[in-house]
Design a binder for this molecule. Structure first.
Ligand SMILES: [Zn+2]
Length: 519
């Protein structure tokens, strides 16, 4: 046979379109051409395939070799096509019989014929499973592919082993499919690793209450406070207040992680992602992009939490690019004339110091900043971005007395004298209960209610309406600001189990929308 066809998939954003790797070995002067819009790394595949074939004890066919990656208009990136090209060459040159069923093959070849892992195979395996194709993948990707639940996936450590799998087919041992549901059913979400709990945090009642409200309504939150006040520690508690991912959501999150080359951990399968990129990270790393349109941190935080510490230190372009996903739940990336949307429905938790030195308003340490300096620091965050942050609170350093009280009496003792809503017995149940009620009533979390939906489900008694009108004027709120305020009030009323937004609910939402220090 001088013609062979092996299947594989390209990877573009979160899509895994099927690619047919066609090979022809013809007569003529020795030549090895790869056509079909391959990227340079795919063209280099010729050298890897040649060396791998020879070093695995096969012959490199003499003649005119043409490899066509179809469809032609689809851009192909990465070294994942090495294995299908090598296997196709073995079939086309008669060194291997053609397989009896459709196989999708993936893997980068080393010069000695070893098979190296590639990224995005979880997603490819899901598609291959749906299409009914068998799968040969590098052994190092076995765990990830097994998690996809594919029933006919084979792992191989080398080109020789891959060739064996292709010819033996069903006679080889398949990768033990590890259905996620099975893992969940047997051990339950309780057996999964747990995120840190809110009850571990001493004091900080307002911040804890704000976290519960943020969790219940899906609201974005900005914490302003001096260094060492525990802002990062508080942010890390948010995932523990959120409900676990559903199966569909977990598959979506795992697909994004797999494409980004992250290790999939069955132990935290249904846990919502928590991403905390450093402020020095590039716009590309945070927003996503590149030739293969890889997801950035905002997409890795999809359906979970994006924590940005030292918010004003982030590149202004990065901060401005958050506006689109905060509004729509996805990010559009333009590349070479085409546009591709990646999911980025994250909950933003941000933290910042009150000023550049960090001590504005601190009772112990004096601030060294000039009024102009404070103003400049504050203006690094634009009005339109700030408008999209529903909750803004101050997180002061704990007073010594508060720390001592908590140490002596435990957290419950320190809570004595606080209104009961501030320290619920079970913050997780409270947040999740309110969240479920809102989802049942409106189909979306209150942070995602559209303006017509807000008008529909935010019934204001006359007293509340008067309070809203007065405070909007006093605070100089924009139209968007009023809507965000109503959305937070809706969540607070949900937490209280109230159909109507009563004045105390609205008053608390106003308290949670503080202007930045110096503003
Ligand atoms: Zn200062």
């Amino acid at each position: 046979m001088s013609l062979a066809r092996i299947l594989s998939r390209a990877q573009l954003g979160l899509a895994a379109p099927l690619v047919q790797v066609e090979l022809h070995v013809g007569r003529g002067l020795p030549n090895f051409a790869i056509v079909g819009l391959p990227a340079p790394v795919v063209r280099e595949s010729r050298e890897r395939v040649r060396a791998a074939l020879l070093n695995s004890g096969y012959e490199f066919p003499v003649g005119r070799i043409t490899v066509n990656l179809a469809p032609v208009e689809l851009s192909k990136q990465g070294a994942r096509f090495d294995l299908p090209i090598a296997l196709g060459l073995l079939i086309a040159s008669g060194q291997l019989p053609a397989p009896r069923r459709a196989f999708e093959c993936y893997g980068e070849l080393g010069l000695a014929g070893e098979l190296r892992p590639v990224t995005g195979l979880f997603l490819a395996a899901l598609h291959a499973g749906n299409a009914g194709h068998a799968l040969i993948v590098p052994g190092a990707n076995g765990e990830e592919v097994a998690l996809s639940g594919h029933a006919a996936a084979y792992g191989a450590a080398s080109l020789r082993e891959a060739a064996l799998r292709l010819t033996e087919g069903a006679a080889s041992a398949v990768l033990q499919a590890r259905a996620i549901d099975a893992g969940l059913g047997a051990r339950g979400p309780a057996a999964q690793t747990r995120p840190p709990a809110l009850s571990d945090v001493t004091g900080q009642w307002q911040a804890k209450r704000a976290l519960i409200i943020a969790a219940a309504g899906g609201h974005s939150l900005l914490m302003v406070g001096p260094p060492g006040s525990g802002k990062s520690m508080l942010a890390a508690r948010l995932p523990g207040l959120l409900p676990p991912l559903t199966r569909t959501e977990a598959l979506e999150v795992a697909g994004i992680a797999s494409v980004s080359g992250l290790q999939l951990d069955p132990g935290s399968w249904t846990r919502r992602p928590f991403r905390a990129p450093h402020h020095t990270a590039s716009a590309h790393a945070i927003v996503g992009g590149g030739p293969r349109i890889l997801p950035g941190e905002i997409s890795l935080a999809h359906l979970g939490v994006l924590f940005l510490d030292e918010l004003p230190e982030f590149d202004r372009r990065v901060l401005e690019s958050l506006r689109e996903p905060l509004e729509t739940g996805c990010i559009t990336i333009a590349r070479a004339g085409s546009r591709l949307a990646l999911p980025a429905q994250f909950q933003l938790i941000a933290a910042m110091n009150p000023c550049a030195c960090g001590y504005l308003g601190d009772p112990v340490q004096a601030c060294r900043c000039t009024p102009g300096g404070i103003e400049r620091y504050r203006h690094r965050i634009s009005g339109p971005l700030l408008d999209r942050v529903d909750i803004r609170i101050e997180v002061p350093r704990l007073a010594v007395e508060e720390l001592v009280q908590a140490a002596v009496a435990g957290d419950a003792g320190a809570a004595a004298g606080q209104p009961p809503c501030v320290a619920p017995a079970d913050p997780v149940a409270q947040a999740q209960g309110a969240r479920e009620r809102r989802l049942r009533a409106s189909g979306v979390l209150s942070a995602r209610l559209s303006v017509p939906q807000l008008q529909e489900c935010c019934a204001l008694p006359p007293l509340s309406e008067r309070l809203l009108r007065r405070s909007s004027q006093q605070l100089g709120l924009s139209g968007r600001g009023v809507h965000r305020l109503l959305a937070v009030s809706r969540t607070i009323a949900d937490l209280a189990g109230s159909e109507l937004i009563e004045p105390p609910h609205l008053a608390e939402a106003i308290q949670l929308r503080r202007p930045l220090p110096g503003g």
